[in-house]
Design a protein around this ligand. Structure first.
Ligand code: FES
Length: 365
């Protein structure tokens, strides 16, 4: 019996004309999940959210990425930082949820930190071994791109950079989109299942007959560019359908008549349309559970409040439809009979093969 790592290499080595899925254990084994947590997930760049979630000095939100609690904060110099949400005294988390503050004060013994993570005050600390300068909060490795905030838990990580994806998205002006909605929920599925689900157009007309089929039917899905670290496809709109917003001035006709879906591996999936940008950040919790954070952003004044509320309701329903399928599939993937099966052609499921190729290349200790 091959190990899952060996099976992944074998699947990645198949010709593009004969792609296969990985077996169920790839998605349900806790041992496999721990292996991924120490390798592809630990070394990857993860989207935490949008920069305009924290527009003002002192604004912050928190996140939990693998075993690392994080504070994402707008510092005094107005730059974004990601700090370890772990007190340097005895390890208490310093912040919860989201909000705005002048300093982070620990709820345990009241050590106080500035917005840069420097220790401002530690009451009654007189021992010779104490030096406030040695008690800064750890600053994680971050990168801002197109209005998104990325973190990497590995200080020696490969730099973030995706020139081909930059070209694909350039005309949309993604960085100028303004956030309109943020939500988080816990789904009982494997993190890779949601990446694969979002990135294949094969299921669109079946799973989303009322919500998506009218605008983005399966039959019009077309694979787009991929390269090391990302993949993409076009969910094209039928001819004659009204545009859903004007968008940026340089958009081509093709770009304004489709949703451009992309995955930035390992955990960001997003849909970029002319006036709407929806992004999902996946925070893996275990082999069978994830925290999902999704944001919806809009271009300029293209959409009025009523339309934005309708788009939020639409995406809530789309997510509910996907979640229902993925949670049922997660149970069946635990079966001894969840074997490797054939994938559909490139336009429908070629993005899953791209993900496999990336996972196989990154699967090293
Ligand atoms: Fe934070 Fe003691 S654990 S002040």
């Amino acid at each position: 019996m091959l190990t899952l790592s060996a099976q992944l290499q074998a699947v990645a080595a198949l010709p593009a004309s004969r792609p296969m899925t990985m077996p169920g254990a790839f998605y349900t084994s806790e041992q496999q999940f721990q292996h991924e947590a120490a390798t592809v997930l630990r070394r990857g760049w993860h989207c935490l959210g949008r920069v305009d979630e924290i527009p003002n000095v002192g604004d912050f939100f928190t996140a939990q990425l693998l075993n690392e609690p994080l504070i994402v904060v707008r510092q005094a110099n107005e730059e974004v930082a990601v700090l370890a949400n772990v007190c340097r005294h005895r390890g208490m988390p310093l912040a919860e949820g989201r909000g705005s503050t002048k300093r982070f004060v620990c709820s345990y013994h009241a050590w106080a930190y500035d917005l840069d993570g420097g220790l401002l005050r530690a009451a009654r600390m007189k021992n010779e071994g104490f030096d406030a300068k040695n008690c800064r909060l750890f600053r994680h490795n971050i990168r801002l791109w197109n209005g998104f905030i990325y973190v990497n838990l590995d200080s020696d990580a490969a730099p973030f950079g995706h020139p081909k994806l930059d070209n694909l998205l350039e005309n949309y002006d993604s960085g100028s989109f303004k956030i309109a909605h943020v939500a988080e929920e816990v789904w009982n599925t494997n993190w890779k299942c949601l990446v694969e689900n979002f990135m294949e157009g094969y299921h669109l007309s079946v799973v989303h007959p009322e919500t998506l089929h009218g605008y983005t039917p399966t039959g019009l899905a077309r694979k787009l560019v991929s390269a090391n670290g990302f993949t993409s496809y076009a969910a094209n709109y039928p001819t004659g359908i009204p545009k859903r917003g004007i968008g940026a001035p340089n958009l081509t006709e093709d770009e304004s008549l489709r949703s451009t879906l992309f995955a930035l591996f390992p955990t960001q999936i997003a849909s970029q349309a002319a006036s709407l940008l929806v992004s999902i950040s996946i925070f893996p919790l275990s082999a069978g559970q994830i925290r999902v954070k999704w944001t919806l952003s809009t271009y300029g004044d293209d959409l009025d409040e009523e339309t934005i509320a309708a788009r939020v309701a639409l995406w809530e329903e789309v997510n509910r439809e996907d979640r229902e399928k993925l949670e049922r599939m997660q149970i069946a993937l635990g079966s001894a009979h969840a074997l490797s099966g054939p994938l559909a052609e490139d336009d429908y499921e070629g993005t899953i093969r791209d993900f496999q190729l990336w996972l196989a290349a990154e699967d090293r200790i």
